[in-house]
Design a protein around this ligand. Structure first.
Ligand code: PEP
Ligand code: MG
Length: 556
């Protein structure tokens, strides 16, 4: 975080970034990254006990702040949010870790801050070196909590101090889910990050919360200082640090204009500059977002990510819990089609104990439908049953993630037939005309579109994963993200091949694209020219998408 001298004086600085969630935010900059570094300060033997007590008091204070924070977060309903707080609480409650810090204070006669830093680093590296992706990811949580604890010891307010900084714009070098949740809970009006992990879970959460945000903002660290006035323009993809008075005035006026804040329901739907009708649906990952789908006049839910139903510890929801959740969404979808994806566990979505998809490379292992078919077919049958029961009287789509072969689909159909059979023997109402769809996320599936289409009702292209598998570059790995360029000729070629295959089968109308690429205005004109006419994106991006369709249409 930059707290030092101003490199560029007080002049206005404009930085470019990539859109995560559109909107405009004007506020004060608050760096969330706590990067404290402590020197090994000696402690006199007579003060050791007091130093240990100071550490113990800081642990209680940090725990207390965490509880306070959870208590003031108006009904922590989101599983993801609960999960992160639970993990942080569990780390803070781990006495064996605190004993090691206290022993180190006594043994090395050094300050509590330094001993915590040393113990924390060693634990972080142990977790970071683990193969299990779930445990590996916990290293970030340990870093988060040790930094918070260190900040309390040092007399700071920790990350929870953000609660006092309403209407701030949160700045970070990273894209951590816990920071995004904190931004939402502490009413931050914007989020800016240097990280380019634009399809990370944190980025998906930012869209879900509707926080105007940008990622990939190079130079943020050097340009923006704590408490600087800052503007986030999520329409133009720019951040303005220390805006001049005319700039500030111009943005205040824009903010007042209804266009920015009120999502205008476009009941006429979405059309291109040439007047071609485009179907636009919503990708949603929690039940609250169904309202956004309706308010924005979208054509239904193109992708319901159901993983939010899995608890922090990895407990899978029961059939009845699933039934209630799906029924609520279907009944609130204004009669529009809701497409429900079966649990996509593994890879970038580690789900605690529910995810034992280890192996050298979890993204290439038992994730998505592979995990269901090879490890938990009973779980797949339960989910299918819950969806079909919830869809009684409605039409729904069931979407299968991570399909690689036609055989994957045949096996799902086999399970589906047995579920229909069971339902027929029971007394419960259910839908017997659900549509079955395959997500096209692997290059192998992209190569056999005609064979896949002959077995399913529709396909949905998951470009977030298709891009990473096609480019052989992890979607969450900062160091190779530049390979994941959806506008690259290679990837555009692949997308065109997919549609051409569907066209040859006379099934173009059964192709939807549900990856975030659809909202990338560099790529959209290419997609429209190729003939793509159906998209599903985060509802927060619908206005930007509609504008781009109208403005650019099939032109470059
Ligand atoms: C995708 O992979 O493009 C997709 C829509 O699914 P998710 O981002 O949930 O993996
Ligand atoms: Mg995917």
């Amino acid at each position: 975080m930059n707290t030092g001298d101003r490199a560029g004086g007080n002049a206005e600085v404009l930085l470019e970034g990539s859109l995560i969630c559109p909107g405009i935010a004007i506020g004060t900059a608050h760096w969330i990254d706590i990067d404290l570094e402590f020197k090994p300060l000696d402690i006199a033997p007579s003060l050791i006990e007091a130093e240990q007590q100071r550490y113990t008091a800081a642990v209680s204070e940090t725990m207390h702040r965490l509880h306070d924070h959870v208590a003031t977060t108006h009904g922590v309903s989101h599983t993801e949010i609960r999960a992160i707080f639970d993990i942080h609480q569990a780390i803070l409650a781990d006495d064996s870790f605190h004993d090691k810090v206290r022993d180190r204070i006594a043994g090395e006669k050094k300050s509590a801050e330094w001993c915590l830093q040393e113990e924390g680093s060693s634990l972080i590296s142990k977790f970071a070196a683990m193969r299990d992706p779930y445990l590996k990811d916990r290293s970030e949580d340990i870093r988060d909590m040790t930094q918070n604890l260190a900040d309390v010891l040092f007399g700071g307010k920790g990350k929870s101090g953000l609660g006092d900084k309403k209407q701030g714009v949160m700045l970070s070098r990273h894209l951590n889910s816990s920071d995004v949740i904190l931004a939402q809970r502490s009413h931050q009006c914007g989020f800016v990050s240097e990280s380019r992990a634009l399809v990370s879970h944190a980025a998906i959460l930012l869209k879900g919360f509707g926080i105007p945000s940008l990622g990939g903002v190079a130079g943020l660290c050097d340009a923006a200082h704590e408490e600087d006035p800052i503007i986030v323009d999520g329409y133009k993809g720019v951040v303005i640090v220390r805006p001049s008075s005319p700039t500030l005035e111009a943005y205040r006026k824009r903010m007042k204009s209804a266009e920015v804040f009120t999502p205008v329901p476009d009941l006429a739907g979405c059309v291109t500059a040439e007047g071609i009708r485009i179907s636009l649906k919503a990708n949603i990952e929690n039940p609250e977002q169904i309202k956004l789908m309706r308010d924005r006049g979208l054509d239904g839910v193109g992708l319901l990510r159901t993983e939010y139903l899995i608890s922090a510890e990895g407990r899978m929801p029961t059939e009845d819990e699933q039934y209630t959740a799906y029924r609520h969404i279907i009944e609130n979808a204004a009669g529009k089609l809701v497409t429900i994806r079966t649990f996509d566990i593994g890879g970038d979505k580690p789900m605690g104990l529910a995810d034992r998809c280890t192996g050298r490379n979890p993204s290439l292992g038992l994730r998505g439908i592979r995990r269901h078919l090879m490890m938990h077919p009973e779980e797949l049958r339960m989910q299918l049953k819950a969806v079909l029961r919830a869809a009684a009287g409605y039409k729904v789509g069931i979407l299968i993630p991570m399909v690689t072969t036609v055989n994957d689909i045949m096996e799902v159909k086999h399970h589906m037939a047995s579920v229909y059979n069971d339902l027929g023997e029971e007394d419960a109402a259910f839908s017997n005309n659900a549509l079955l769809g395959a997500m096209i996320e692997t290059p192998a599936a992209a190569a056999i579109i005609r064979d896949i289409l002959s077995e399913v009702d529709f396909i949905s292209i998951g470009t977030n994963d298709l891009l990473q598998y096609f480019m052989a570059a992890d979607r969450d790995n900062e160091r190779v993200l530049h390979y994941n360029d959806a506008a690259s000729p290679a990837f555009l070629w692949l997308l065109e091949q997919i549609l051409m295959q569907a066209r040859r089968s006379g099934r173009e109308c059964d192709v939807t694209m549900c990856g975030e690429v659809a909202a990338d205005i560099r790529v959209l004109p290419h997609l429209l020219r190729m003939g793509y006419r159906s998209f599903s994106i985060s509802p927060m991006l619908s206005a930007v998408f509609r504008d781009a369709c109208m403005k650019y249409g099939l032109k470059d």
